[in-house]
Design a protein around this ligand. Structure first.
Ligand code: HGY
Ligand code: MN
Ligand code: MN
Length: 412
């Protein structure tokens, strides 16, 4: 099969998609269910229609573009990713898997390939946690990892629930019908930038992901007594931010002392109230992200943080409460999908590196309902979630070629 990726067209589509943004270029901001996100989705759907794919969307907005196979009732082979982007992000995260997936399908069509199993491109809703606090909202619902009730109640920072926002965005229907039946997919493969420095550092063109680390996120709120920055003596203070600082350093210490490099912990949000220069912080909300390939080590870090909360409460007479947002199991890739990806690389004489994904992806949840694997391409300096995120046209095309080859083998 003479498989050729139209690199120029693919790169121009990535550039075009990056223009659907609420930030100044080169930054990209595309928050789920905003008008910008909806316009980007419509544009994506027009490309899928041009490729002759059958399109449907579900009640949370996951979008499915299917190349119907000669055996339309056989379980489909899925591929895809997300197009929502956090504030001040880059143009490749998620997008490479969606537009690369589409180009892989078009390249197979041009090569005269005919799939027996349908090949289905997915654009998942809300892979990023930005708006509703929980990442992978669409793939959680689709895999049954999150119930429809729990999803409907999630609220954004303006207090708008998912239920309201999705309907306003034009996605109606019953959230309980989003969950796919077991066996719906034969396999799921996601192409994605690595979002880390390993491939570039090891001068490897491709990474085959064998496991995805277990993510957890929580809010910790510290309440002190606040007061006038001049009038309250140090000995009389219950400063919420100083207490929070103890927790931040305790979290860092907990992550560093598990003895494993796979343990990572981040305080990405620190909201200080009232946030005035001459007012002692009365309340602080920390947004915390903890991950590890080992569930036990990850949960150990969270337990250590809870110990630190109890200690700080006693020492500083503050009150501290935590709210767990998600605590997910890690995922192992399906050996047969990994083997197919390896075969596809070997067929094109391409080296690859077996890897762990420290970022989570929709594939983490797709692994709950189908054998899954991911294919990584390098990104410059490992940068991601920043405007200077960059993957080269050659790396993107190479990853798309291997994806196309893999989809062909899986759908025969
Ligand atoms: O945070 C993550 O791992 C993903 O990029 N949302
Ligand atoms: Mn991301
Ligand atoms: Mn992503």
């Amino acid at each position: 099969m003479n498989l050729k990726i139209d690199q120029e067209r693919l790169i121009s589509e990535i550039e075009a998609l990056s223009k659907f943004s609420d930030a100044e270029a080169p930054a990209v901001t595309r928050i789920v269910f905003t008008p910008t996100d909806l316009k980007a989705r419509d544009w994506m759907k027009s490309l899928c229609r041009d490729a002759g794919l059958a399109i449907r969307k579900d009640a949370i907005g996951n979008t499915f573009a299917r190349w119907i196979g000669s055996d339309p009732l056989a379980p489909a082979v899925g591929t895809g990713s997300h197009i929502d982007a956090i504030p001040n992000a880059g143009k490749f995260d998620g997008v490479v898997g969606v537009l690369g997936g589409l180009e892989a399908i078009r390249a197979l069509q041009r090569a005269g390939f005919r799939p027996r199993h349908s090949i289905e491109l997915l654009v998942f809703t809300a892979e990023e946690p930005t708006r509703f606090g929980v990442g992978c909202l669409g793939s959680r619902l689709l895999s049954g990892t999150l119930s429809a009730d729990a999803a409907a109640k999630l609220i954004d920072k303006d207090g708008q629930p998912v239920e309201e926002v999705r309907r306003k965005a034009g996605f109606s229907g019953d959230l309980r019908e989003v969950k796919l039946p077991a066996g719906y997919y034969k396999a799921f493969v996601e192409l994605h930038i690595e979002q880390g420095p390993v491939l570039e550092r090891e001068r490897q063109p491709l990474g085959i992901v064998e496991q995805i680390a277990a993510p957890a996120s929580l809010y910790v709120t510290v309440e002190g007594s606040g007061g006038h920055a001049g009038g309250v003596l140090m000995r009389d203070r219950r400063d919420a931010l100083c207490a929070a600082a103890e927790l931040i350093l305790a979290l860092e210490h907990a992550a560093r002392s598990t003895g494993a490099i796979d343990t990572v912990a981040t305080v990405g949000i620190c909201d200080v109230f009232p946030g005035a220069i001459n007012s002692i912080p009365a309340r602080v909300r920390l947004g915390i992200d903890v991950r590890d390939t080992s569930l036990a080590r990850r949960d150990r870090v969270i337990a250590d943080l809870e110990d630190a909360c109890r200690k700080t409460t006693a020492q500083r007479q503050v009150s501290i409460r935590s709210e767990l947002l998600n605590a997910d199991a890690p995922a192992e890739s399906g050996p047969e999908i990994v083997a197919t990806l390896r075969q596809a690389c070997e067929k094109h004489g391409l080296r690859f590196l077996p890897m762990t994904s420290r970022a989570y992806h929709d594939s983490l949840f797709m692994s709950r309902i189908a054998p899954m694997a991911m294919l990584f391409i390098p990104c410059r300096n490992g940068y991601s979630h920043r405007p200077d995120e960059y993957a080269s046209p050659e790396d993107i095309a190479r990853g798309t070629l291997v994806l196309a080859e893999t989809l062909a083998m899986l759908s025969e």
